[in-house]
Design a protein around this ligand. Sequence first.
Ligand SMILES: Cc1cc2nc3c(=O)[nH]c(=O)nc-3n(C[C@H](O)[C@H](O)[C@H](O)COP(=O)(O)O)c2cc1C
Length: 418
Amino acid sequence: MSNANFKRQFPKWSELSPLLKFELIRFGGREARLAKALTIWDLRAIAKRRTPQGPFDYTDGAAETEVTLERARQAFLDLELRPNILQDVSEANTKIETLGEKFAMPVGIAPTGFTRMMHSEGEIAGARAAAKFGIPFTLSTLGTTSIEDVVMSAPDGSNWFQLYMWKDRDRSMALVERAKAAGVKNLMLTVDVPVAGARLRDVRNGLVVPPRLSAKTIIDAIPRPEWWMNFLTSPPITFASMTSWNGTVAELLDFMFDPSMTFDDLKWIRSQWDGTLTVKGIQTVEDAKRAAKCGVDAVLLSNHGGRQLDRAPVPLHLIAEVKKELKSDIEIHLDTGIMHGADILAALALGADFTYVGRAYLYGLMAGGQAGVERALEILQGQMIRNMKLLGVNSLDELEPKHVKILATHSGLGHLPK
Ligand SMILES: Cc1cc2nc3c(=O)[nH]c(=O)nc-3n(C[C@H](O)[C@H](O)[C@H](O)COP(=O)(O)O)c2cc1C
């Protein structure tokens, strides 16, 4: 076959051999699987293949139409990042100080319930990965590992505790005492749960805790042997706060949550807890101001990952106004929708002091236990460092509102990768 634009020749071995440097082919195995994941969305795809539908949907899903989560994720894409060029960015790093502690990245692991249902390594995997990456881990009241076991498994980590105020105040405060005795420094009080959100996927899947072996789950187990093997050979699911539960997730949540809670309870908790106090689930400027008046150290702008009130505000859109009102009196934290390191940078540029990820770490956990959480954190950190350099900043405190322009928002179902 001749070609008019170059003269063909026989390949010479001396020219061919340098091109034949194949990387060692890695067969199967967790390491190879995780190395192929380049984004959090890739981890989600692996997680979906390896986890039964009930636990996967419990994690991935949100309330009702699920548009709240989709909007929060979309909001991070509907912005423009505005770089400064020709800056010396050779020293870019993601170090930060928050609530009086130094961390390697401006992101912590958000509290998540039922974590051992997603993967048998559960909270221990999250706490150890967080300690390794120098970021805080938050154990949920509905976590499936005790606070003592979390602290023992990651003694060098910053292990925080999230409280759901139960109807039974004595039992709530007994948990707070245990957290204090275990050395927890930051208590996170979640306040967006007077009642459980309607997580329709769980209802449709008939999700119960612990998962039961029905004909459907046995068929579902065939392509996911490792999950089931781990599940059947690890200790039964118990909770950070109680020994067992037999019923649906929604029933458990409604048993736990106290719809009579008010700002007076927040003040009361403040008077009982002498560590730092974060209030999680603030969704308006007005409530951020009221919480600040109760003496909290941080407000966490969050709509619970879209799992509570559907059509709730996008936390990213609240930051600037909350910052304007609260100035630097207390810290402003944010979660919901973070799937990329640049999402975290955008939140900080707009005025947030710290962020959390829920699903981003759980997709990693489901994809490969502790190694999967580490891969998720590695991906986020790599994305942060690269984007800081591209934006022309060396340290996080150089990020300013000028680096981000919020564009017209395009909300609606079906825009995001699946
Ligand atoms: C599976 C799952 C379980 C959760 N359980 C809790 C919980 O027990 N307590 C709580 O305060 N928030 C809980 N959340 C909300 C997270 O703490 C966090 O607000 C949310 O995941 C942030 O959104 P993201 O998943 O988009 O990062 C849970 C979220 C998920 C995905």
